[in-house]
Each structure stands twice: as structure tokens, then as C-alpha cells.
Design a protein around this ligand. Structure first.
Ligand code: RIB
Length: 340
């Protein structure tokens, strides 16, 4: 026997509001009281409601997967996108690229429009900028979602991420082993779980070495952000001999600030990055960094999406953590004796 389809009317009856309020609550529209929206979402989840737009299916099935990243200009995302596109192409699917600029409104605009276009799934860097109702809306849409960067606390959605904690640990342990004591970690916003895990690993590597003094600076995880954080750090603290950058483009910005301050890498300041983007091996000196399997993250994510799209029954969240590796180049050296 076919299960009865839950409609907006059923949710309206159970919640005690009208159908248009239900519809606007589920679509994440503005102007709905938070309590009402939460009640509607809770009842919709209880009744196992699945958006009609997705359940109905398109008249002519087109195969497409969407990838929403912060900003494709970070070369990390270019590699992820390439992996995702190759896997999508092999599965006869097109890849649609959207930049969210980490702006919740823009992200929701794309999400609504992609659901309307009936994409087979959405790969997203993170849902961290969305509020609870917006996340619920996405999770009730029936479109499979895989997160590429932020996993913990977002377990409704599947994820494929690098082993961030181990990466942070490897970076910290490497600098400590070289003899550095004054190490600064330049990172992005504090509330990004992937960056927090890197910081946690770094801190673990420095713990137990009483002479090591780690410090933390947060800013934008961009070239400009790295430049600004390093410039401010050097103005404040001349004892710094090593930097762990939260990603490679932060490291590139930091190198520029170090050079502008009349210092050399690695003679005066050592620096290690995270990501291992292609440019890391090209800059001077070539950047020592933590490699994360960017291309493979893209491929894995598409594979998981396609499996989820085929899956019948209640959606299952799957989490994959891929290994990282230290790539030793020339941007780190032991500190000069006077600096130890
Ligand atoms: O949010 C972007 C950053 O997180 C990238 O540079 C990469 O490190 C990713 O994990």
C-alpha cells in the first residue's frame, strides 16, 4: 500500500495555523514569528513531510549537482570543484557552481533556486551561516546534502572532511621539533569548526612543552587577512619565530607581511600552511604545508550524494574523514640561536 502523502494542509491542521503560514515557514521566508516557524518545522519533521517540489520530480529528468562554496578564488575550492566535476561528469551529471560569500541570504537564495530546479543534490562548504529554521528547511527539502568542511554539530547532513585535528597537530609538532618556542597560529573566524579543530591539534602538539608559548590571532581566511594578521603580530611581538597559518592563502599573505617588515623566511620567521594548493610549491621559498586531499574530497562528496539520491527510505547521514599529510619544503628552519 502507498504511504499517505503529507501535505501542507496536514501540517496546518496539526499546528493550528493557515496553509500560507506553513508554506512560508517551510520556505524560510521572512516575517514569520520564530516560535511559529519552529512549531511548524517540528510538526513537519514529526510527520516526515517531504517537499512536494522534490517528491513530484521534474517532467524531464535532468541530472545536475550543485556546489556552493565560500569563494572559488580560494584555490582550495578550485581543486575540490575539479574533483566534484570529474565525478559528476563520470556519472552523467552536470555541476553547477555557486559562491555564497558566507552570506546567509545569498546562500538561501541559491538553495531555494536549486531546489526549484530539482538538482539531484547539493554539496556545500558549510551550513554554519544559516539559522536553525533555514537548516531545517534544507533538511526537509528532500534534496541530499553533503558538507565539505564543517561536520560536527551538523550531523543531520552528511559530510566529508579532512582530519583537521591531526593536521594541526602535525604542523605544531613539526615547529616544536625544529626548536621554535614563540609560535603564532593565524586563523580564520573562531567559530568555524574545521579551523577550531586545526587549532585544537596545534595546541595539543605544544602542550607538555613548558617553554613553548603558542599564541592565536583570528581574522579573514584570505590573502589580505593573512597579511593583516601577520603585520599586526610583527608590530606587537618581535619574539615570534614561527607561524602556523590556518590555510595556505593566509600563509601567502603572511609571507608578504614578513618580507615587507624586512625579515626573511625561514631565516627570521618559519611558516607552515594548510591545504597544499598548487601555488604552495611555486612561491619562494616553497611552502611547507599540511596536504589535504582536496580533489578526493570533491569526488567522495559526489559519490555520497549520488548514493543518497538513490537511497529509498529515511535519509541517512554519512561522515567520512580523509587523511592529511605533512609536506616538507623550504619555508621552515630551526630558529636562530638568539631567538630561542
Ligand atoms: O574555508 C576554506 C578553508 O577551509 C580552505 O582554505 C581549506 O583549508 C578548508 O578546509
Amino acid at each position: 500500500m502507498q504511504p499517505t502523502r503529507i501535505t501542507l494542509k496536514d501540517i496546518a491542521r496539526e499546528t493550528g495555523v493557515d496553509v500560507s503560514t506553513v508554506s512560508r515557514s517551510l520556505s524560510g521566508s521572512y516575517g514569520i514569528h520564530t516560535e511559529t516557524r519552529e512549531r511548524v518545522l517540528a510538526i513537519a519533521a514529526q510527520l516526515n513531510y517531504r517537499s512536494n517540489r522534490v517528491a513530484r520530480g521534474p517532467a524531464v529528468k535532468t541530472h545536475s549537482i550543485a556546489l556552493i562554496v565560500n569563494d572559488i578564488r580560494n584555490p582550495f575550492f578550485a581543486d575540490v570543484a575539479r574533483g566534484a566535476e570529474d565525478a559528476a561528469f563520470a556519472a552523467n551529471s552536470d555541476l553547477v557552481l555557486c559562491n555564497s560569500d558566507l552570506n546567509a541570504e545569498k546562500q538561501m537564495h541559491y538553495i531555494r533556486s536549486l531546489i526549484d530546479k530539482r538538482v539531484d543534490g547539493i554539496l556545500m562548504n558549510s551550513v554554519g551561516t544559516l539559522d536553525r529554521a533555514q537548516q531545517e528547511f534544507l533538511s526537509l527539502s528532500g534534496v541530499p546534502v553533503v558538507l565539505l568542511n564543517r561536520a560536527k554539530s551538523q550531523s543531520n547532513f552528511s559530510s566529508v572532511i579532512p582530519d583537521n585535528t591531526t593536521g594541526g597537530f602535525l604542523a605544531g609538532a613539526y615547529l616544536v621539533e625544529l626548536g621554535h618556542r614563540h609560535i603564532v597560529h593565524l586563523s580564520g573566524p573562531q567559530d568555524y569548526p574545521n579551523l577550531r579543530e586545526r587549532a585544537r591539534g596545534f595546541l595539543k602538539a605544544t602542550a607538555g612543552h613548558s617553554a613553548v608559548m603558542p599564541s592565536f590571532v583570528h581574522g579573514n581566511q584570505t590573502f589580505a587577512g593573512g597579511y593583516e594578521m601577520m603585520r599586526a603580530t610583527l608590530q606587537r611581538d618581535v619574539s615570534i619565530t614561527a607561524v602556523f597559518a590556518g590555510n595556505d592563502i593566509i600563509a601567502f599573505g603572511a609571507v608578504r607581511a614578513i618580507i615587507e617588515a624586512g625579515m626573511r623566511v625561514p631565516e627570521d620567521v618559519s611558516i607552515i600552511g594548510f591545504d597544499n594548493v598548487d601555488m604552495a610549491s611555486v612561491i619562494h621559498p616553497p611552502l611547507t604545508t599540511i596536504h589535504q586531499p582536496k580533489y578526493e574530497i570533491g569526488c567522495n562528496a559526489v559519490e555520497m550524494l549520488l548514493a543518497a539520491a538513490e537511497h529509498k527510505g529515511p535519509p541517512l547521514a554519512e561522515h567520512r574523514v580523509l587523511p592529511v599529510e605533512l609536506i616538507e619544503r623550504s619555508s621552515c628552519a630551526p630558529p636562530r640561536t638568539s631567538a630561542v
